[in-house]
Design a protein around this ligand. Structure first.
Ligand SMILES: [Cu+2]
Length: 442
């Protein structure tokens, strides 16, 4: 089962962006689009997308899809809760909890109307359960310890089975507060029987999480309110894999939040509309233009926009402290020192980090000769950490040199690319093929 599962993961990782994306948005709208996802062996969400009115599967960058097997008409998934080592930044790996070796867990995608069975196994050191957030299912399937079921003890299995009559962006998670903060969450997307209009050409999912991990520690402090690591799909910028969109295409972004804070997620250079919530699709009469959406705890917000302008456009939480990574690890056991800082000392700090993770340290942006005499200095000076080579992947190809110095914390970008450049990166992704897992694994 594990072997088949891994195979399935590999297949679905490639599905990150369609192997043969629609030739042009128009062609897709005409309904000529057929699923590019040929699946052998295990099935994935793509299996049911052949019909021309069926939705594209969502891609979850830096995470895999959960494959399933068919038992008659029933889709059978296997989920294992277990401790997971997750590399959230090139120089920071944490001990989180997740599912099937992944934190957040792999993405489950089904069709509205599907009958679903999830064979769940608990390999955590304590009892847990699985809650299906937002799904209208019988109380026995609700996954709340003591209320709707006996907690699943370590080493035990439990089978959930239900019919998904809804469409929308849902999630699965442990229904125990501290376990949620250890990372036990994943997407559960139910695609509509007939695709939403207007149709989109790219569909991406982002899970927002926050972590309190002290310097030289690897275990999140789930009782702390001082979060120093902020992640999209389990990685901090600049490790987040950029989203790709063809110029002129329509893009859907599903943003899900499970943590202690609400995150105002901002998109640069474009306006979007909220087309759905954790409760399903929103009627078009409710759509209005905006570019920052507040994604509250336990909420999902689905936004859509026309990728009209070429460029690398940021998508990020706009809370200032969420636009940074922990700077504390720079000096291992000490917080970064910026008071009485000289340029020489600042560069020295960066170099000490560069020794442990080889990256080309680009000299920080210039400061004034009298900087030290100006009250308040320094603020962002000395904070840049360009590490382009360390986080290089096909999706970063062609970005301006030292781009990674501008990426920290809860940030990613959507790269709106003209046809030729888009195809070039897709070709590079294909060529990278088997090496792709390297970037996605913890
Ligand atoms: Cu935030």
């Amino acid at each position: 089962m594990l072997g088949a599962g891994l195979l399935g993961l590999r297949e679905t990782l490639r599905a990150d962006t369609p192997a043969e994306p629609p030739q042009s948005p128009r062609q897709n709208e005409n309904g000529r689009h057929h699923s590019p996802y040929g699946n052998k062996g295990t099935h994935s969400a793509a299996e049911n997308t052949v019909g021309h009115e069926r939705a594209l599967p969502m891609a979850t960058p830096d995470l895999a899809d959960l494959p399933y097997e068919l038992d008659g008409g029933l889709k059978v998934f296997h989920l294992v809760a277990e401790p997971v080592k997750r590399k959230i930044a090139p120089f920071k790996t944490i001990d989180a909890w997740g599912y099937n070796g992944s934190c957040p867990g792999p993405t489950i995608q089904v069709q509205q109307g599907d009958r679903v069975r999830v064979i769940f196994e608990n390999r955590l050191p304590e009892s847990t359960s699985l809650h299906w957030h937002g799904l209208e299912i019988p109380i026995e399937q609700d996954g709340v310890p003591y209320i709707s079921q006996k907690p699943v003890a370590p080493g035990e299995k439990y089978v959930y089975e239900f019919t998904v009559h809804q469409e929308g962006t849902f999630f699965y998670h442990a229904h125990s507060a501290m376990q949620e903060m250890m990372g036990l969450i994943g997407f559960f997307v139910a695609h509509p029987e007939i695709d939403y209009k207007p149709r989109v050409h790219h569909d991406y999912g982002l899970i927002l999480q926050e972590w309190a991990v002290l310097p030289s520690n690897t275990i999140p402090n789930t009782a702390s309110m001082e979060f120093n690591w902020l992640t999209f799909n389990g990685v901090s910028a600049p490790m987040t894999t950029p989203l790709l969109a063809r110029l002129g295409s329509r893009v859907r972004l599903r943003i899900l939040n499970l943590g202690m804070d609400h995150h105002p997620v901002h998109l640069h250079g474009h306006q979007f509309v909220i087309t759905g919530t954790e409760g399903g699709r929103a009627p078009e009469s409710t759509w209005y233009p905006m570019n920052t959406v507040l994604v509250g705890v336990a909420q999902a917000r689905v936004v859509e926009f026309e990728a009209k302008y070429p460029g690398a456009w940021m998508i990020h939480c706009h809370l200032p402290h969420h636009m940074m990574n922990s700077m504390m690890d720079l000096l291992r056991d000490r917080q970064i020192q910026t008071a009485d800082q000289t340029e020489e000392k600042a560069v020295g700090q960066m170099m000490s980090l560069a020794k442990s993770v080889p990256f080309e340290h680009v000299h920080p942006s210039p400061v004034a000769a009298n900087a030290g005499k100006v009250p308040g200095f320094p603020q962002d000076a000395f904070m840049e950490m360009g590490m382009d080579e360390v986080v290089e992947k096909p999706e970063t190809y062609g970005l301006p040199k030292n781009w990674s110095a501008g990426m920290m914390g809860m940030m990613t970008m959507v790269r709106v690319l003209p046809e030729k450049e888009y195809e070039d990166i897709i070709a590079r992704k294909k060529a990278a093929g088997g090496q792709m897992e390297h970037h996605h694994e913890s």
